[in-house]
Design a protein around this ligand. Structure first.
Ligand SMILES: [Cu+2]
Length: 146
């Protein structure tokens, strides 16, 4: 009986130490995806854009890549979360597809031709900051981790 209580409290402790739960969540999601016997990889990277129409265009471009299972562009953070089957495509193919639709990504500059054909409201500022997640920067919560 003591042993059971001991191991239970250990499990509880392991659970509580996960304060940095963002990363943990992602690995949990990946584990769920993997159980479908697909090699699904989750990535996110910066993509410039303005509005809901941009969101449609960007996500459509990403989804047009064979092997992409989901794409979600965040207009506030200027970044996209993409899940894709690693056996079917790769990260650069997704960058290239989005760039071809006229949008700058972190790695590939958007097609100028496609950009010219975007609606006026979508002609985003090329100096716009991308990927404003604060994930890899100290985001002024200096001193405490959460
Ligand atoms: Cu737009």
């Amino acid at each position: 009986m003591k042993k059971v209580i001991l191991s239970l409290s250990m499990i509880a402790m392991i659970g509580l130490t996960g304060c940095n739960n963002q990363e943990k969540k992602q690995t949990e999601n990946a584990a769920i995806e993997n159980s479908k016997e697909l090699v699904i990889k989750d990535v996110s990277f910066g993509v410039r854009g303005n509005c809901g129409m941009c969101k449609n265009t960007i996500e459509k471009a990403a989804n047009s890549v064979d092997g992409v299972t989901s794409a979600n562009w965040d207009g506030n953070k200027k970044k996209i979360d993409v899940s894709f089957d690693e056996s079917k495509t790769n990260l650069m193919a997704i960058h290239n597809a989005i760039a071809a639709s006229g949008y700058d990504t972190e790695k590939v500059a958007g097609s100028k031709e496609a950009y010219k054909n975007l609606p006026g409201c979508c002609q985003y500022d090329h100096s716009m900051k991308m990927n404003q997640s604060g994930e890899n920067k100290s985001d002024n919560h200096s001193g405490h981790n959460h």
